[in-house]
Design a protein around this ligand. Structure first.
Ligand SMILES: Cc1ncc(COP(=O)(O)O)c(C=O)c1O
Length: 413
């Protein structure tokens, strides 16, 4: 069986070791004679799976004791409703509109109170305006932001200051890819299907004082108080998704924890950004350098407007060489490479080398439409880590060994 390098934005790649372990246990979990999918959610075995996952996540993120960890259903979109239903108390909240997900969240919040955007958003999401330009309401119940806008490729390199107002963060697409100080947040949520598992479960980490204020019309399965009191088993939880997520937490622990995930993430994103920045505008990324996402990199071929013919050719040829899902989001166009935790440095290098080779073959024939002016990098993080796409021996776009994971597969530079 050959697996491709999967650069999908989500649901996304899972480490091979996890899929193989799940396959092994699929019909017979630890000698029980049946699998996790067939197991009672109130059995001691499933309770152990859930408790282990919670404990490992608490350890990985150093979650303080005054926060509950909930595993809920409804996805990130469910939390766009659950957050105001639990926190808004019919009053007002501020939203930081850096991309399509935060804007969707603000719109959903309007059903339950007043949600206000802290700056006037432009027609495209390619930057994060400086916090000095935001107008924050000191009476807001919470401030909501999305740490990484998956569609637009905009990622915060810092945690916004809210001067005591609870900070709510959608971390769906960069969860566990970098260390965060949980104590700066009132609530963090993340759907599992990008960095930590498969679709079906959403992690909510919520500070104790924000629990117990749900509006009366809040559906009981979204009521943080009910879910905290029943340890996420008020009703049947997404058992199999929780099991897979638990395997991902084990895998992250075994591979050096969040610090190692970040190191790989810096190395991987630098490989692609270096290729783009040194391509003489053959490739371009529309995002300001200080807001570039390490997780989702949107890019175009042939200048800012893109050359759609060539982009189609790029996607098709990449696929024929074992690199899938590089087409950009339908609302943005162009190309997008998603580099979640499970994607290896070696797979990313293969993509970078293919980009180089593609450029060498086509650049003479392409008229670059317009260049993009960007702000310079402020974050030193963007320049750390390995960054040179060494394509020696990879001239045809083939790696010298497709790898199953990080531990035995990462070529460090
Ligand atoms: C940052 C972000 N937030 C929210 C969502 C919505 O998640 P879901 O599809 O699980 O509702 C997504 C989905 O891609 C996302 O990327």
């Amino acid at each position: 069986m050959s697996r491709v390098c999967n650069f999908a934005a989500g649901p996304a790649k899972l480490p091979d070791q996890i899929l193989m372990k799940a396959q092994k246990e699929f019909m017979n979990y630890q000698g029980l004679g049946y699998g996790v999918m067939e197991m009672s959610h109130r059995s001691p075995e499933f309770t152990a799976i859930l408790t282990n996952a919670q404990q490992n996540l608490r350890e990985l993120m150093k979650v303080p004791d005054n926060y509950k960890i909930l595993f809920l259903q409804g996805g990130g979109t469910g939390q766009f409703s659950a957050v105001p239903l639990n926190l808004l108390k019919r009053k007002k909240a501020d939203y930081i509109p850096t991309g399509m997900w935060s804007v969707k969240a603000a719109k959903e919040g309007l059903k339950y109170g007043t949600t206000r955007e802290v700056f006037t958003k432009g027609s495209k999401y390619t930057s994060i305006p400086h916090p000095d330009t935001w107008t924050m309401d000191p009476e807001a119940e919470y401030v909501f932001y999305c740490a990484n806008e998956t569609i637009n490729g905009v990622e915060f390199q810092y945690v916004p200051e809210t001067n005591g107002i609870p900070l709510v963060c959608d971390m769906s697409s960069n969860f566990l890819s970098r260390p965060v100080d949980v104590s700066k947040f009132g609530l963090i949520f993340a759907g599992a299907q990008k960095n930590i598992g498969c679709a079906g479960v959403t992690v909510v980490i919520v500070r104790d004082d924000l629990i117990g204020h749900a509006l009366t019309e809040c559906p009981i399965i979204f009521d943080y108080k009910q879910q905290a009191a029943s340890n996420s088993v008020y009703n049947t939880p997404p058992c199999y998704s929780i099991y897979i997520m638990g395997l991902v937490f084990d895998w992250i622990k075994e591979n050096g924890g969040v610090d190692q995930m970040e190191e790989w993430s810096i190395a991987k994103s630098n490989l692609i950004f270096d290729m783009i920045d040194n391509s003489n505008n053959f490739f371009s990324c529309p995002i300001d350098k200080d807001a570039r996402s390490r997780m989702n990199i949107p890019f175009r071929i042939g200048g800012a407007a893109g050359n759609e013919e060539l982009e189609k050719e790029f996607v098709a040829e990449a696929l024929s060489r074992g690199m899938a899902a590089l087409k950009g989001h339908r609302t943005v166009g162009g190309l997008r490479a998603s580099l979640y935790n499970a994607t290896t440095v070696e797979e990313t290098r293969k993509l970078a080398c293919f980009m180089k080779e593609f450029q060498d073959r086509h650049e003479g024939n392409v008229k670059v439409s317009a260049t993009i002016t960007q702000k310079s990098v402020h974050s030193s993080q963007l320049t750390n880590g390995s960054s040179k796409a060494t394509c020696n021996g990879l001239a045809n776009g083939h790696t010298n060994g497709h790898t199953n994971g990080h531990t035995n597969g990462v070529a460090r530079t």
